[in-house]
Write a protein that binds this ligand. Structure first.
Ligand SMILES: NC(=O)c1ccc[n+]([C@@H]2O[C@H](COP(=O)([O-])OP(=O)(O)OC[C@H]3O[C@@H](n4cnc5c(N)ncnc54)[C@H](OP(=O)(O)O)[C@@H]3O)[C@@H](O)[C@H]2O)c1
Length: 387
């Protein structure tokens, strides 16, 4: 039985890697959290199992074509909706205080904005929301709509390290990157990368799209853009450094030369729980570092020639406006084409660059303009793939 003080939570994307880790954190502290609503896209059987276990009031299956039979026995007990439009309903309605945005890609954008508009705390894993619509998110927050706590491990680390000093004393933030599976692979061998190799991340167990983004380092490019919005930084205040062990999750350098780093095992349950309990800390089911073992931390500059996505990320962070939504949509579409065997690994970044260069830049787009450009960028990549 949940305690009267437990926090009601909505998990958008509960069947994904982040979503499953959220439910693991919730299971470990049943007195602290209740699940109000869950959403999945295609994994209806897994959603049914989660719903039986966590007894939410509402569930959403976003895939209109999905077979809902596995949910039949739950219909008397909870509301079941089908179709993506219902995400906003569960993100903004009900009593939930916290909405976890763990949907992959820009499919999660509208619901994340709806949660903020409804005054909820948005625990944000979906970096695409800030990449595509950072200006909108900032405006909503500045107008007093809801609050935002990052889940992305790098941004959680920066969020935590910033608490050690005054905001105006920050010189730069240093985003750490594992370098992915091709950290040491020569440029000449990148053309022959297979899907299986690209999906074999050395440190993190994540969803398919973000794993490919880690291999191209587009993930770090998206995180540069995310950090620019989230912490109101100039792009020249953001540095990317390769740190193969993924123990230091990012750092903040202050004017006196002090650098505050947040460390921990590479386990997403730690930043997830911090976002759910902030500003409190409590025991977490995540892995712990062992001080009985010998281990070393190393750092090296990021190779921007072998990983051209990084320069693209900094360019988009400087440009703002519509650049983020175009980069994000083009990348989602190019990654899907790579996974489908339609383009090679080294085509992903040029496809994104090409679409960015062609697009009709607008510095202060409306949400409708952003969504229209999202569709346009996807069509452009498809056209290029099919040529
Ligand atoms: N995984 C990590 O460690 C990690 C770390 C930092 C940030 N993030 C970010 O967190 C987000 C989720 O990543 P993930 O690794 O958890 O992804 P994932 O494992 O692929 O899970 C994605 C979730 O979104 C749902 N989904 C997929 N397509 C959808 C659509 N069109 N409409 C609505 N829902 C849809 C999936 O439903 P089904 O499974 O039912 O199809 C699943 O619940 C991404 O933005 C990623 O960049 C992830």
């Amino acid at each position: 039985m949940a305690a009267a003080t437990s926090t009601p939570i909505v998990v958008l994307g509960s069947t994904g890697s982040i979503g499953r880790n959220v439910l693991d954190v919730v299971s470990a502290s049943p007195e602290d959290f209740t699940i109000e609503a869950l959403s999945a896209h295609s994994q209806v059987k897994l959603l049914a199992e989660q719903a039986r276990r966590f007894r939410p009031q509402r569930i959403v299956v976003t895939d209109e074509a999905a077979d809902l039979t596995p949910l039949n026995d739950l219909a008397a007990e909870m509301e079941i909706f089908q179709g993506g439009d219902n995400l906003c309903r569960i993100a903004s309605g009900g009593e939930a205080k916290v909405v976890v945005a763990a949907i992959m890609g820009s499919a999660g954008l509208r619901a994340a904005l709806a949660a903020l508009e409804a005054g909820k705390t948005l625990a944000l894993a979906n970096k695409e929301t800030l990449v595509a619509a950072g200006g909108h998110v900032l405006r909503l927050l500045a107008e007093g709509n809801g609050s935002l706590i990052p889940i992305d491990s790098e941004h959680s680390a920066i969020f935590q390290a910033l608490q050690a000093g005054n905001r105006e004393d920050v010189v730069q933030v240093i985003l750490t990157a594992s370098g992915g599976p091709f950290r040491d692979r020569p440029a000449s061998q990148m053309a022959h990368v297979t899907v299986d190799e690209a999906l074999n991340h050395p440190n993190w167990d994540m969803g398919t799209k973000i794993t490919i983004d880690s291999a191209t380092m587009m993930n770090k490019a998206l995180e540069v853009i995310e950090a620019r919005w989230l912490f109101d930084l100039r792009p020249d205040q953001i540095e990317v450094v390769i740190h193969p062990q993924s123990i230091i999750h990012s750092m903040v350098e202050f004017v006196d030369g002090s650098i505050m780093a947040q460390m921990g095992a590479p386990d997403m349950r730690i930043p997830i729980q911090y976002a759910l309990t902030y500003p409190r800390r409590q025991p977490c089911p995540g892995e712990k570092l062992s001080w009985k073992d010998s281990w070393e931390l190393s750092f090296q500059p990021a190779d921007r020639e072998r990983f051209p996505a990084l320069d693209l990320g900094f360019q988009v962070a400087r440009d703002g406006g519509t650049a983020g939504v175009v980069l994000n949509a083009a990348n989602e579409c190019a990654v899907a084409a790579f996974l489908a065997g339609e383009i090679s690994f080294i085509d992903i970044v040029p496809a994104c660059r090409g679409v960015l260069e062609q697009h009709n830049y607008c510095p202060e787009p409306s949400l409708d303009e952003l969504l229209a450009l999202d569709g346009w960028a996807r069509r452009e990549v498809r056209r290029w793939v099919c040529e």
